[in-house]
Design a protein around this ligand. Structure first.
Ligand SMILES: NC(=O)c1ccc[n+]([C@@H]2O[C@H](COP(=O)([O-])OP(=O)(O)OC[C@H]3O[C@@H](n4cnc5c(N)ncnc54)[C@H](OP(=O)(O)O)[C@@H]3O)[C@@H](O)[C@H]2O)c1
Length: 253
């Protein structure tokens, strides 16, 4: 029987690492993408015994790396008859700034490359594998900030808004296609205690941004979700949600 495989970007930490564990526990093979090989190896080592899959270090902001990752995925999956059932665009970046005057255009470009261009290009490049695994699913990790602008969060917020628009575009284009297209979902995890949000908090504090107090209290008081719970909700969205498309939050209490 063909092994169902989930490709997860940003699988070296936080939500992506937790999702890899969750899906491996549910019997899926996992392909882990991220820039830091050591972080991917840590995630790999944390998978349950008997887990299958592989790590694929690479920078999804770089076109050559994306093309190599797409080729590699084909080379790794096809010979073993594995199917690309799930593609999860989880990697996300976006540096805070003290305000628009201080916002670095290069940070915006990097956020757009990781949060928007890469999900588009990886989906495009992997479409033959996703179609072959029909019914398959592409899941994008969005953020509430896309619709709630906050001072100093331009790069991140603008790029997540664009990601939501990419989701709408794919949803519409696939609905008009005669081919066996993947479902597309947009998942907003809410506030989750991860290395990413903690790094953001530090940087936002340096910039003196007003949402620092709220984040501080939420993290110190444990009033945010844990990656494991979010990963369980994401896995449910990937595997069990009915309907061709799903958008919005699917969170366990
Ligand atoms: N935590 C929250 O409260 C929260 C809220 C809303 C949305 N989100 C979203 O959830 C997703 C996961 O975030 P997280 O909180 O788990 O953060 P995280 O711990 O920082 O994880 C992000 C991962 O993305 C990878 N990454 C970054 N740039 C990359 C690149 N150019 N190529 C390949 N991989 C790259 C990083 O690994 P490398 O550095 O090794 O590449 C890292 O493992 C993000 O899309 C984030 O926007 C999080």
């Amino acid at each position: 029987m063909a092994t169902d495989t989930a490709v997860i970007t940003g699988a070296g930490s936080g939500i992506g690492a937790a999702l890899a564990r969750e899906l491996a526990e549910r019997g899926f093979s996992v392909a882990l993408i991220g820039r830091r090989r050591d972080a991917l190896e840590r995630t790999w080592a944390s998978l349950p015994e008997g887990a299958t899959g592989f790590i694929l270090p690479g920078d999804i902001a770089i076109r050559d790396d994306r093309e190599r990752l797409i080729r590699k995925l084909g080379e790794c999956l096809e010979p073993i008859g594995a199917r690309l059932r799930y593609l999860v665009h989880n990697a996300g970046v976006g540096e805070p700034a003290t305000g628009l005057e201080d916002m670095d255009p290069d940070d915006l470009a990097q956020a757009l490359a990781v949060n928007v261009t890469a999900p588009f290009a990886l989906t495009q490049g992997l479409l033959p594998l996703l179609r072959a695994a029909y019914p398959s699913r592409v899941l994008m990790v969005g953020a509430g900030i896309a619709d709630r602008p906050q001072p100093g969060t331009g790069s991140y917020g603008i790029s997540k808004k664009a990601l939501a628009r990419l989701f709408e575009q794919m949803k519409m284009e696939f609905a008009h296609s005669a081919k066996s297209e993947p479902d597309v979902a947009l998942f907003q995890p809410g506030l989750v205690d991860t290395p990413g949000i903690r790094a953001h908090l530090k940087a936002a504090r340096r910039c003196g941004l007003p949402h620092v107090d709220y984040l501080d209290q939420a993290l110190a008081g444990g009033h945010c979700r844990l990656p494991k719970a979010v990963a369980a909700a994401m896995a449910e969205a990937l595997i069990n949600m009915s309907g061709r498309y799903f958008a919005g939050a699917i969170l366990r209490p």
